[in-house]
Design a protein around this ligand. Structure first.
Ligand SMILES: Cc1cc2nc3c(=O)[nH]c(=O)nc-3n(C[C@H](O)[C@H](O)[C@H](O)COP(=O)(O)OP(=O)(O)OC[C@H]3O[C@@H](n4cnc5c(N)ncnc54)[C@H](O)[C@@H]3O)c2cc1C
Length: 549
């Protein structure tokens, strides 16, 4: 494809991804200099279409970026009023009191929001300042300069045939060049992954860790709805099979945002994260809340969990990685949006100063320093041992030890130093023969649903006449290796039912990729034990169409 001729557009800063990180960077650049030429490219059909985190937002990022966000009508309408934490058994629950929790776990002053709607509002603010935002534009390639620097991206290539040749309506897309390129693709960004590998940015760091987050929005009986209530649970149904837990947020309009996170370092390849989520809703505490209500939306997305010790170097020549492209989630708080916003602001300030000094295409070290030494680094450093403790000692021990470590860190020290994560999530998967299959109850169609029915509630759509965007490095590995060794785990870890092993009498087993169902969560790229599946961008506008997740 190298002979393809493309139009080129020149900007000061090219930003990939209209999430909280990318939009914050765009807004800050224009606040600093209204003449700065800034473009934001988003693969979703509109801003917010691929944003899943129905969220408790710590407003510190927005406070720093747009101090008068309230007057400007930001959709932060539901302050947190009540914070609950339960350990679940199969039928019972144990309330964990709030007082032993370190202050950082307190949700007082935070808001329950639709991050999709917050991003839509941020995009309006950016456009008012003169930022160009192009949704429906997937950035599929990096453009390298002569000196090995990154000078831009290719966006908006459409009309390839399934075999990768140019179809009748082929459009080559454009090259967008910038003095600096910001990658704010969120967790496991495809271009970010290329940059991290090419420049060895993770060398000497701990591997990045991930969870799979699945979420449904329910409209429930108004009599049961308690706007502003935040509930987190741990324990059943995962038990000792995997780390993770649930969140239940009572949002506005009788809506409840109910989600479940499974840490992707689980060992037993028979585990079925999606079915764990469905089973969770049958716990009496949850079933009672949802009964009589209706599920109105579904989605899934990976969440970064490696934290402080897993953040790669964030800059390379011409490029900076923002937000969850490097993984800025505070795991015990399950919060990353505030850090994504703060990172966007910091990257913009570093790029603005560099451009004013006549620089371009070099490494924005001031940005990296601002992240590591500023509020983001401080936020993540305090909780850096929670995830490794959980992985090593399980839930109960990690609650005590992790809680103690967070308390001492609140006072500026840790007796544990900085613990390591060790293996990647793919490497954590063990042979199927070492583990027992897990028997999951069938969804009842009222509280629990099969995957394909739920995927239809994510409004996911992919043009079928394009190459599958989920690529196999070796097409033989799924059937010849993953199936016998790991019982074909992709058929279970994918929350959208993309992967299937089809067995027909008299025929060899076939591996089928239903890429049309993909909700862009990136779990396959992370968890495949052979690291044989590579997530690439489909054509722009494809993927989920989340309304207000
Ligand atoms: C289930 C779940 C619950 C969560 N709950 C909370 C919470 O309660 N509070 C909280 O603060 N955080 C929460 N988080 C974490 C939070 O979602 C992330 O920290 C945050 O989204 C990171 O922001 P970002 O801008 O880096 O990336 P994202 O929000 O992921 O945005 C990235 C954007 O870039 C676009 N994009 C990606 N690649 C390309 C490409 N190549 N070309 C064009 N566009 C591209 C995507 O479509 C997307 O719009 C949760 C996460 C999950 C998964």
């Amino acid at each position: 494809m190298s002979e393809v001729q493309r139009e080129t557009m020149e900007y000061d800063v090219v930003i990939v991804g209209a999430g909280p990180a990318g939009l914050s960077a765009a807004i800050r650049l224009k606040q600093l200099d209204p003449d700065m030429e800034v473009v934001v490219l988003e693969k979703g059909s509109e801003v917010g279409a691929h944003i899943l985190s129905g969220a408790v937002l710590d407003p510190c990022g927005l406070d720093a970026l747009i101090p008068d966000w309230k007057e400007k009508g930001a959709p932060l309408n539901v302050p947190v009023k009540e914070d609950n934490f339960y350990m679940l058994g199969e039928a019972g629950k144990l309330r964990v009191p709030n007082f032993p929790m370190p202050p950082l776990m307190n949700n007082h002053g935070n808001y329950i929001v639709s991050m999709g709607n917050v991003c839509r509002w941020m995009a309006e603010q950016a456009e008012e300042l003169g930022v160009e935002i192009f949704p429906g534009m997937a950035c599929s390639e990096l453009v390298y300069g002569d000196n090995g620097d990154i000078k831009g991206v290719v966006a908006g290539e459409f009309g390839l045939n399934p075999d990768g040749t140019q179809g009748p309506g082929y459009e080559p897309g454009m090259e967008l060049h910038g003095k600096y390129v910001f990658l704010s693709e969120g967790v496991r960004g495809s271009l970010s992954k290329e940059v991290i590998e090419k420049y060895g940015l993770s060398d000497g760091k701990e591997p990045q860790k991930f969870g799979l987050g699945m979420k449904e929005i329910w409209e429930i009986d108004p009599a049961k709805h308690k706007e502003g209530t935040v509930t987190h649970t741990m324990g059943w149904p995962l038990g000792g099979n995997a780390g993770g837990g649930s969140f239940i947020y009572h949002f506005e309009n009788n809506q409840v945002l109910i989600g479940f996170v499974v840490h992707l370092n689980y060992k037993n390849p028979h585990l079925f994260p999606y079915m764990e989520f469905q089973r969770f809703k049958h716990h009496p505490m949850v079933a009672e809340l949802l009964e009589g209500g209706k599920r109105v939306a579904y989605g899934a997305r990976a969440i970064s969990e490696g934290g402080y010790q897993s953040m790669p170097q964030m800059v390379a020549p011409g490029v900076a990685l923002l937000g969850c492209s490097v993984g800025m989630v505070n795991v015990p708080r399950i919060k990353g949006n505030h850090n994504a916003m703060l990172s966007g602001k910091a990257a913009a300030e570093a790029a603005h100063a560099a451009i004013k000094a006549g620089r371009s295409g070099d490494e924005l070290h001031d940005y990296e320093e601002a992240v590591r030494k500023g509020p983001i680094g401080k936020d993540l450093k305090k909780v850096r041992n929670v995830k490794p403790l959980w992985s090593k000692y399980g839930l109960v021990a990690s609650l005590g030890l992790g809680g103690f470590d967070m308390w001492t860190n609140t006072f500026g020290f840790s007796l544990l130093g900085t613990l390591k994560h060790g293996k990647t999530d793919a490497q954590s998967t063990e042979m199927a023969s070492q583990h027992k299959p897990i028997d999951y109850p069938k969804p009842d169609g009222k509280l629990s649903f099969d995957r394909l029915t739920n995927v239809s509630f994510s409004m996911t759509n992919h043009e079928e006449s394009q190459p599958a965007h989920l690529k196999l490095k070796d097409p033989n590995v799924p059937v010849l290796d993953n199936l016998p060794k790991y019982a074909g785990p992709s058929s279970r870890y994918c929350p959208a039912g993309v992967y299937e092993f089809v067995e027909e009498e008299g025929k060899d087993t076939r591996f089928v990729i239903n890429f049309q169902n993909c909700v862009h969560c990136k779990t396959c790229d992370i968890k495949d034990p052979s690291q044989n599946i590579v997530w690439t961008t489909p054509q722009g506008g494809d993927g989920p169409n989340y309304p207000n997740m």
